[in-house]
Design a protein. Structure first.
Length: 244
């Protein structure tokens, strides 16, 4: 075989190798707040990965697959488990377009994975209609308390939310009560009140949809009661004051 024939064969083998190496991923969903493992486990999704992009959005994906057909099969399974916007992502296309091993490219926007070392934001959850601090929430608050004692410069932003059930004004009051309970617990544990800042949102900015979007002006379709518990929450974000 001549030199030109050898080059042709090498190029052919390279093309076949690249073709076989092509793979896909299934993007489950994206949320503005980190979701606990139980959120996916209760829906029957156990094989997933989490990535946080540079804008603070949490992206959840289900595995990598050798062919689009394999990925589309998993996509349909994920949709049937309550994630209607699950989509197939071409990972090789991502790398070609971005030049880096980025986690997600959707609608022309490149999202680059940030280091997963951010432990500044925490979420605690509440029972329906309640502002009482649960045992699991106390564990989260105790960890925050210790961080604030270890670093006296840290301040805490506390934001309260509710689900979409009930009167809007009542939900604002309930979200305020939840924020106060979290703050008061930390005050009791020795954190000064002037290091904590409260915000209340009521049923606004849900972590998960309370109902499906039916495309109408109201944007409310089939009720999603299973999502409500993820909206009955208080987020707690540790940060350093500007200039620190």
């Amino acid at each position: 075989m001549g030199k030109s024939g050898s080059v042709f064969l090498m190029n052919l083998l390279f093309a076949v190798t690249v073709s076989r190496a092509q793979h896909f991923s299934v993007q489950i969903a994206a949320y503005s707040e980190q979701q606990p493992p139980v959120f996916f486990e209760e829906r029957g999704v156990t094989n997933y990965s989490e990535r946080r992009d540079i804008s603070g959005v949490y992206w959840y994906s289900a595995g990598e697959y050798a062919t689009r057909e394999d990925a589309e099969t998993v996509q349909q399974e994920i949709k049937s488990k309550g994630f209607p916007y699950a989509s197939v992502i071409d990972l090789d296309e991502q790398r070609l377009l971005s030049g880096i091993d980025c986690p997600v490219i959707r609608d022309g926007v490149v999202f680059i994975q940030a280091p997963r070392t951010d432990t500044s934001k925490h979420v605690i959850y509440f029972d329906f209609g309640s502002s009482g601090i649960t045992a699991s929430s106390r564990a989260v608050l105790d960890a925050i308390c210790q961080k604030m004692k270890d670093n006296k410069q840290l301040v805490l932003r506390i934001a309260g939310y509710t689900d979409g059930v009930g009167d809007g004004k009542a939900n604002l009051e309930l979200s305020a009560s939840r924020s106060r309970e979290a703050r008061n617990y930390l005050i009791y544990k020795g954190i000064r009140a002037d290091r904590m800042f409260m915000e209340v949102f009521g049923e606004a900015d849900p972590a998960a949809p309370n109902a499906e979007d039916d495309g109408s002006d109201l944007g409310k379709g089939r009720d999603l009661p299973g999502n409500r518990k993820w909206n009955r929450r208080v987020t707690l974000e540790l940060e350093l004051p500007a200039g620190k």
